[in-house]
Design a protein around this ligand. Structure first.
Ligand code: KG4
Ligand code: ZN
Length: 335
């Protein structure tokens, strides 16, 4: 079975080919021009997807050495995400499936992130606990079996990646902020500033990053930080490291506590923030200390990619789930 997977829900245009449980290609273009606007501009993102979708799908097929006639199904994300962006990949995927007279499979973007740990071996065994930390979501999900998800908790305000991006903006260190903070934090002291750890109520599986973000803002205001003047790089590194440590502490604490409570053996993380080097380092230590088997996607599968969509589409087709061509884009689609 050969599946073409398409991802266009935000600012990555990506397509991948997955055949018989093996990834053959994953072609991605990150729309870097959004950085000059300080964040993703939805209208520009969808126009860029329109320009990129055909060359990216062509690249994915070429890299895989697969003719479009030998594809068995097309899978594309139908939500959640930016409506104009989703529509490009979804419409293209549906049209391609219709033209080739093969099934179409609409994929939930959050399901796809969970599948980023099910692309290659070794894979977690069911039931496992997955934490998706991205720019739009922070979700703790008990994955009981294929397509059987129990959402244990999510953010009540900002997503983890959103907090990274907003703090980076306050510091004037560019967009996307997560990877910049990750890089600069390596030179900083994580104990320099005691930012709050938003654990919420005892035993809560919910997350909140808005207060932490605001406390960084107040701290910068208090000391008269001006992002437009030349700043001490050591100071910026300390803010990055201290903020990052607070986020990582909370994410790991909640993941480990939930894993103990639900008695799972395997835990995983996914989404753009799972590329964070400090999160990855600390997770490995904590998983080992608590006897969990940890699954972290390789870096190219952390941020949005077609491979996770193709892998989810493959399992859906194998389990007999396909979608009607009437399926629409749903910006707020729930898991
Ligand atoms: O999963 P993703 O590509 O898109 C969404 O579905 O939202 O995640 C993007 C997010 C951005 O907020 C970005 O700042 C964050 O992931 N991110 C990181 C790192 N790389 C990307 N956050 C922390 N550390 C990183 N290395
Ligand atoms: Zn995503």
């Amino acid at each position: 079975m050969t599946i073409l997977g398409i991802e266009t829900s935000c600012d990555e245009t990506s397509a991948a080919v997955y055949k018989d449980g093996r990834l053959l290609s994953n072609a991605t273009v990150v729309q870097l021009f959004h950085s000059q606007h300080g964040g993703v501009v939805p209208e520009l993102a969808s126009r860029a997807h329109l320009k990129l979708i055909i060359p990216i799908v062509d690249d994915a097929l070429k890299d895989a050495g697969v003719e479009k006639e030998s594809i068995d199904a097309v899978a594309a994300v139908n939500g959640p995400g930016l409506i104009g962006s989703i529509l490009v990949g979804l419409s293209f995927g549906k049209a391609m499936a219709m033209g080739l007279e093969i099934p179409f499979i609409g994929i939930n973007h959050m399901e796809a992130h969970i599948f980023s740990n099910l692309i290659n071996e070794p894979k977690p065994s069911f039931p496992f606990l997955n934490l998706t930390v991205s720019g739009g979501h922070t979700q703790l999900v008990l994955v009981r079996n294929y397509f059987q998800y129990e959402l244990l908790g999510e953010t009540i305000d900002d997503a983890a990646g959103e907090a990274f991006d907003k703090v980076a903006k306050m510091l004037g260190i560019g967009y996307p902020g997560g990877s910049q903070i990750d890089k600069l934090a390596k030179e900083g002291n994580p104990k320099a500033i005691a930012f709050p750890r938003p654990y919420l109520a005892e035993g809560s599986h919910q997350f909140s990053f808005s207060g932490l973000k605001t406390s960084v803002l107040y701290y910068l205001r208090k000391i008269g930080f001006d992002k437009t003047s030349v700043n001490d790089s050591r100071f910026i590194a300390d803010v990055c490291a201290s903020f990052q440590a607070a986020v990582v502490d909370v994410l790991i604490d909640k993941l480990i506590k939930a894993a103990v409570k639900y008695k799972v053996k395997d835990i995983s993380v996914s989404g753009g923030v799972s590329a964070n080097s400090e999160l990855r380092r600390r997770l490995k230590l904590e998983a080992k200390a608590n006897n969990f088997d940890l699954f972290i996607p390789e870096l190219s599968f952390c941020t949005d990619n077609g491979a996770m969509v193709a892998a989810a589409g493959y399992e859906r087709l194998r389990h007999g789930f396909t979608s009607s061509l009437e399926i629409t884009a749903e910006p707020n689609l729930q898991l």
